[in-house]
Structures are given as structure tokens and as C-alpha cells.
Design a protein around this ligand. Structure first.
Ligand code: FES
Length: 119
């Protein structure tokens, strides 16, 4: 069984066109993941980095949403044109700042803050 160093999850959730939250599939995420798989293969990373399809990552307004683990780096509004830069950054242990989803949008609070009473 393969043990990957990184998993790149691409939201491929599908909702009806009239749904108010929209979905990442409407924003091209299936093609995004296919391009990602192609780039991983071209870079010889197929056995090291896994491109996983994900359900809704609860960042619909920021889709197409991509998250990399174990780093926990969340990217929003990702297009196929961004993928090479994302992989370059991941391999260098860096992030693509312009695509990061702000942490307070991810959790409703910043890392280290105590949970709100309702959490
Ligand atoms: S549909 Fe992609 S994050 Fe919700």
C-alpha cells in the first residue's frame, strides 16, 4: 500500500445549478483534478503526492477549493493555471499567498483562539 507524503484534495461536490451555495464542480474542479494528476505524473510525483477528489469542504464561496495535507494549506478560487505554482510551492515548503483562504474564513476563529461558547 502506498504511503503518500502529501494529499491534495480537490472539492468535486456537485449541487443543482439553482442551489444558492453553488459548488466547486460548476467552477471546473473535475478538470482541475485531472490537470493536477497530469502535472503530478509529469513531475514524477505520482507515488508521492495523491490528488484526491473530495466532497464539499465547506468553502463553497471560495471554490474551486483545494486543500493540501499534512500541511493544512487551503487554497480558494483555484484554476488549472494555478496548479504548477501550487506544486512548486508545495515542493519548496512554501505557499502561494495570493490563493490562500484566510484562516478566519476557514474556522470562524484564528488558530489559538478559544472556541466560542456555541462551538
Ligand atoms: S462545494 Fe466545494 S467547498 Fe463546498
Amino acid at each position: 500500500m502506498a504511503r503518500f507524503e502529501h494529499h491534495i484534495f480537490v472539492c468535486e461536490n456537485v449541487r443543482p445549478p439553482e442551489h444558492p451555495r453553488g459548488c466547486c464542480s460548476q467552477k471546473g474542479s473535475p478538470a482541475l483534478r485531472e490537470k493536477l494528476k497530469q502535472l503530478l505524473k509529469e513531475r514524477g510525483l505520482s507515488g508521492i503526492v495523491r490528488a484526491n477528489a473530495a466532497g464539499c469542504l465547506d468553502q463553497c464561496a471560495n471554490g474551486a477549493t483545494v486543500v493540501i495535507y499534512p500541511e493544512g494549506v487551503w487554497y480558494g478560487r483555484v484554476t488549472p493555471a494555478d496548479l504548477a505554482e501550487i506544486l512548486d510551492a508545495m515542493e519548496a515548503g512554501k505557499v502561494v499567498e495570493r490563493l490562500l483562504i484566510p484562516e478566519d474564513k476557514l474556522t470562524g476563529r484564528r488558530r489559538g483562539e478559544p472556541p466560542k461558547a456555541a462551538d
